[in-house]
Design a protein around this ligand. Structure first.
Ligand SMILES: Cc1ncc(COP(=O)(O)OP(=O)(O)O)c(N)n1
Ligand SMILES: Cc1nc(C(=O)O)sc1CCOP(=O)(O)O
Ligand SMILES: [Mg+2]
Length: 487
């Protein structure tokens, strides 16, 4: 099975991170995510967690060579990458094996310093990398401090990045990707110099220390795509896009530099789903809201979808609510209406029902299933979270990057929800909107007459039950509930 039909296989030549966030562990998770099998040459061990590096234990060069032998004797390695190589002895041993096994698609992530500041390559190691390893590489992916060491001068500006990339190219590596995350400024720019061609890529700057393993993940994503047969340019562009999608949705693990979640972007369809969705006009409905008249229920939902609601949320709350299987059959029928009318479909509270019915999202309250556990179980679901006070907002702050929107209310008194909290009014809505970093969907007593004031208070959209289910003129009601009335 050494032919082209073999499952794409890559090799990571790097250090182990006992904390699982960076190094070889990040490489394996990333490659797996891109459907590439990852083999490994462990160049050293680190005793490490999110708080720092407690110990560094380089591997015996004999053991490095033996791992290369084993891997190359069995697998067809289509691309390889290096990570932490520790010192000149290990760099030279790796370079020798790269040469020996004719590895052409080699990505060098010139790991020199760990996030907490610990050195992962000594001065002689940097020299050996410049002289012996980079001339054998297809691509090198330095961050700013690494690019400064490789190029030999300080980098402060975009122009410096370009100059440094050209200088690094002179070391014999044809392609250079300089990662600009360490530069000052609101925007993050990465610079790719691929042979003669060059371009900047926009990255996402996030204000968090939970991004351990970012460099490993980016270089592994590129390597995995090279192993898939994708061109270097395309691999870099897709890997950059991937990083922008996962960078602000880390796993909440450890007390310090926590890890990324490489699995957050499960398949290409999710890419499309995540961009530019419209949550602005939401019909929340259950059979109880139409006195269990099924015919009326489905007809009303279809008409509302055609009239312009952007989200249908299925919510059963009554004491006589249907059992799970019956709710599932209703949910599936609603999903079908939504699919046909290109409307998003959400489920209230019940994550199992959302998964089973193929819903696009789930809406949860402060006391329902936690946002983090939904992300773990069903990362493909959009999540809406109820927030009615600043205290609740503060308590949910770490969940914000995972949310599609927050449902803020009740803005006005409502008799529809039996256990509704006190109305927060338009002022309460405006305060929460000022703090929010995701769309704010106002809820509670919202109707044709007050919708305009709700938008003026800052809402990005509205959700309603009674004003839609009891409407005498559905098309007009939905028009008035939709933001388009402002124009
Ligand atoms: C858009 C939107 N906002 C708020 C809610 C209320 O959800 P929750 O706080 O979980 O209350 P119940 O719906 O479970 O009574 C919602 N469903 N949708
Ligand atoms: C389901 C729900 N949640 C609320 C909240 O404040 O979180 S208020 C509410 C009821 C919304 O119904 P109506 O549009 O008929 O007032
Ligand atoms: Mg709830």
């Amino acid at each position: 099975m050494r032919g082209s039909k073999q499952y794409p296989t890559a090799l990571t030549i790097a250090g182990s991170d006992s904390g699982g966030g960076a190094g070889m562990q990040a490489d394996i998770k990333t490659m797996q995510h891109f459907f590439v099998y990852s083999t490994n040459v462990v160049v050293g061990l680190t005793a490490q967690n999110t708080l720092g590096v407690q110990g560094v234990y380089p591997t015996d060069p004999v053991a490095i060579a033996a791992q290369f032998e084993s891997v190359m004797a069995d697998f067809r390695i289509r691309a390889a990458k290096t990570g932490a190589l520790f010192d000149a002895v290990r760099v030279l041993e790796v370079a020798r094996n790269v040469e020996r096994f004719h590895m052409k698609q080699l990505v060098v992530d010139p790991v020199m310093v760990a996030k907490g500041g610990a050195s992962l390559l000594d001065d002689k190691g940097v020299l050996a990398m410049k002289k012996e390893l980079l001339p054998k590489a297809l691509l090198v992916t330095p961050n700013i401090p690494e690019a400064e060491l490789l190029a030999g001068f300080a980098i402060r500006t975009k122009a410096d990045m370009e100059k440094a990339a050209r200088q690094i190219q002179k070391l014999g590596v044809p392609n250079v990707l300089v990662k600009g995350g360490h530069l000052e400024g609101e925007d993050l720019l990465n610079y790719a110099l691929l042979g003669e061609e060059s371009f900047f890529l926009t990255g996402k700057k996030v204000d968090t220390i939970r991004k351990h393993g970012t460099g490993d993940t980016l270089s592994s994503a590129i390597t995995a795509m090279l192993a898939q047969g994708i061109s270097l340019k395309q691999a870099i562009v897709i890997a950059n896009d991937y990083m922008n999608r996962i960078i602000d949705r880390p796993l909440l693990i450890g007390e310090g530099h926590g890890p990324l979640n490489q699995a957050l972007w499960p398949n290409p369809n999710q890419r499309l789903k995540r961009s530019g969705q419209d949550f602005s006009c939401q019909l929340i409905i259950g059979l109880e809201n139409v006195a269990f008249d099924r015919a009326k229920f489905f007809a009303l939902v279809e008409k509302a979808c055609l009239a312009g609601v952007t989200v249908v949320q299925y919510r059963e709350k009554g004491v006589e609510r249907p059992d799970f299987l019956e709710q599932l059959s209703v949910a599936k029928a609603l999903k079908e209406i939504c699919r046909k009318t290109k409307t998003l479909f959400f489920i209230d509270d019940n994550v199992d029902l959302a998964i089973a019915s193929g819903a696009d999202g789930v809406h949860v309250g402060q006391d329902d299933t936690s946002v983090q556990s939904i992300v773990r179980r069903a990362p493909e679901l959009f999540i809406g979270l109820s927030v009615s006070t600043m205290e609740e907002f503060e308590a949910s702050r770490e969940d914000m990057p995972y949310l599609a929107y927050i449902g803020v209310g009740p803005v006005f008194d409502t008799t529809t929800k039996k256990d509704a909290k006190p109305a927060i009014g338009l002022n309460g809505l405006a305060v929460l909107k000022a703090a929010a970093t995701v769309p704010v969907i106002a809820i509670g007593g919202i109707n044709e007459k007050n919708a305009k004031a709700v938008y003026q208070a800052g809402a990005d959209g509205v959700a309603a039950i009674s004003s839609i289910t009891k409407s005498k003129n559905l098309v007009k009601t939905i028009q008035q509930l939709s933001q388009s009335q402002e124009e």
